[in-house]
Unconditional design. Structure first.
Length: 261
């Protein structure tokens, strides 16, 4: 069992959290453990974070934190729209019920004050980071448009499940890379860690992953269905590669522009 799987098991034992009641595909279900590890390993082969981590080592500053915050804010506002579009492309009410849950979570669940994009703005405000359009005019929105086109061109019902799985499978590391990029000095870490945004995401991304794996097991049961799932899953991981590479480019470009100003 990998360290990631061990972490999932510990969280399940200590404080399990479920988007909806789960009678079958629990955290310790053997297939959930197996496929979680499998899809994480598949995603990790792509070295999604290589460029952004290298950029962070050389460009850590308030400028880079502002640039990262601007990109992530565009992304976090986009997430519920993307998921609801994906659900609208499915044709089975039971599948829609399961797939919509993460969008509902992103929009605060039962409390509009916990809308994730709102919590994100509150978090960055605590450390003096702002959402500021880049001087170059470039943004992450170009990459989001590519993902939109990928979704529109996904005609397979099982492919939609795969695309949504790819959106979640590296969510835990996404949040930690975001966190590191927002920490423009050493004083930020404790402050950001205490914000509702990071508390919620560090606790709940594990459930989003489990829930997505459960959807795969529920709805993709034949070899043909799983092949269609895999194709879209791979396209989704390609999105993350483009997303983090674009964030790296934006940070470098903004730092160079401001240095020359």
């Amino acid at each position: 069992m990998t360290q990631q799987a061990i972490t999932i098991d510990k969280k399940a034992v200590n404080a399990p959290r479920y988007l909806i009641p789960e009678a079958e595909y629990d955290y310790d279900h053997p297939e959930v453990v197996f496929w979680t590890n499998h899809f994480m390993a598949e995603a990790n082969k792509r070295n999604v974070f290589a460029n952004i981590k290298a950029t962070l080592k050389s460009k850590r500053s308030l400028i880079s934190a502002d640039t990262m915050a601007t990109a992530w804010y565009d992304f976090t506002c986009y997430v519920p729209t993307f998921i609801t579009k994906a659900v609208a492309q499915t044709d089975d009410p039971e599948r829609q019920h399961h797939l919509i849950q993460i969008a509902y979570d992103e929009l605060g669940g039962r409390d509009k004050n916990y809308i994730h994009s709102k919590l994100f703005l509150e978090a960055i405000n605590e450390v003096g980071v702002q959402v500021i359009p880049n001087a170059s005019g470039s943004s992450i929105k170009e990459i989001l448009q590519v993902l939109d086109r990928t979704l529109v061109n996904t005609t397979s019902q099982y492919g939609i499940v795969g695309l949504l799985m790819s959106f979640e499978i590296i969510a835990e590391e996404n949040i930690e890379v975001l966190f590191e990029n927002l920490c423009h000095d050493d004083s930020c870490a404790d402050i950001l860690s205490a914000t509702p945004f990071f508390k919620i995401h560090r606790a709940d991304e594990t459930e989003h992953i489990r829930h997505s794996v459960a959807n795969f097991l529920r709805f993709c049961t034949t070899d043909a269905q799983r092949q269609e799932f895999q194709q879209s899953f791979d396209e989704g991981i390609d999105f993350w590669h483009r997303f983090w590479d674009q964030c790296s480019r934006l940070i470098n470009l903004e730092a160079d522009l401001r240095a020359c100003a």
